[in-house]
Design a protein around this ligand. Structure first.
Ligand code: PGA
Length: 252
């Protein structure tokens, strides 16, 4: 089964708009559910609106606090996410890393999620590419830190999203090419094979994210050996999201 994750980022602005968007997304999920699993990640403040508006959606958080103590103003705990029914949570998104999430912080956040049985959607990606392959070291550090002391039995709870930072959001230079993505998927599997074994590495879905649209979605699916896509901006535009879903579910 292929996977389509929607990251709504810091949108929409009002609960009424969140309700409208949810109502537009729910039929897309229903229409493609034979071939695709969807995970919708709205801003935390809209989780209850999304959950109440559509019982059919599987949803996740976009981030979680690493704090345990309740005196952590402004933070959202994994217990809170779980209580709203979030089964997944994005962690290590580049926009959070840019705001200061180090590999150590991402690791703590993963621990908090695991404590509440929320499945991490771990984002990894390099800031830029070079011709010597130094950027591979950045991915290695991110993966090794995230999986440190994670027992083999828990590894299949993870989803990994390869999201090159230069390809994400409004400041994106371009999307990755399917070949650049394939290279990284193979490398991520090698890292996981070194940490665990080949079977375990194969069991973890690896997604691509970064400027995905209805034109490039099927290219990534066909040429990059990925299990699915993580879509940001285009997931906020139901027509585009629908076109992406259709184009990748048609490959069967
Ligand atoms: P984008 O974002 O699709 O808008 O580039 C991807 C993401 O948020 O991970």
């Amino acid at each position: 089964m292929r996977l389509l994750v929607a990251n709504w980022k810091m949108a929409p602005e009002t609960p009424a708009q969140a309700k409208i968007l949810t109502k537009a997304i729910a039929p897309i999920v229903r229409a493609n559910k034979k071939n695709l699993d969807f995970i919708i990640c709205p801003p935390t403040i809209h989780l209850s609106t999304v959950a109440i508006t559509s019982k059919a959606l599987t949803f996740g958080g976009q981030d979680v606090s690493f704090e345990i103590k309740p005196s952590s103003t402004g933070q959202i705990s994994s217990a809170m996410l779980a209580s709203y029914g979030a089964r997944y949570c994005i962690v290590g998104h580049s926009e959070c890393r840019q705001r200061g999430d180090s590999n150590e912080i991402v690791k703590l956040k993963i621990d908090r999620l695991m404590e509440k049985k929320i499945q991490p959607i771990l984002c990894v990606g390099e800031k830029s590419r070079d011709l010597q392959g130094w950027y591979l070291g950045e991915i290695k550090d991110q993966i090794e830190s995230a999986f440190f002391e994670i027992p083999k039995i828990m590894v299949k709870k993870f989803i990994i999203a390869y999201e090159p930072i230069w390809a994400i959001g409004e400041g994106a230079k371009r999307e990755a090419t399917p070949l650049e993505c394939l290279e990284m998927v193979i490398y991520i599997r090698k890292l996981l094979t070194d940490l665990y074994d080949e079977k375990t590495a194969r069991a973890i879905p690896v997604l691509y994210g970064g400027s995905v649209n209805e034109i490039n979605a099927s290219l990534f699916m066909n040429e990059s050996d990925i299990a699915g896509l993580l879509v940001g901006r285009a997931s906020l535009v139901p027509k585009q999201f629908e076109a992406i879903a259709k184009s990748i579910s048609l490959q069967f």
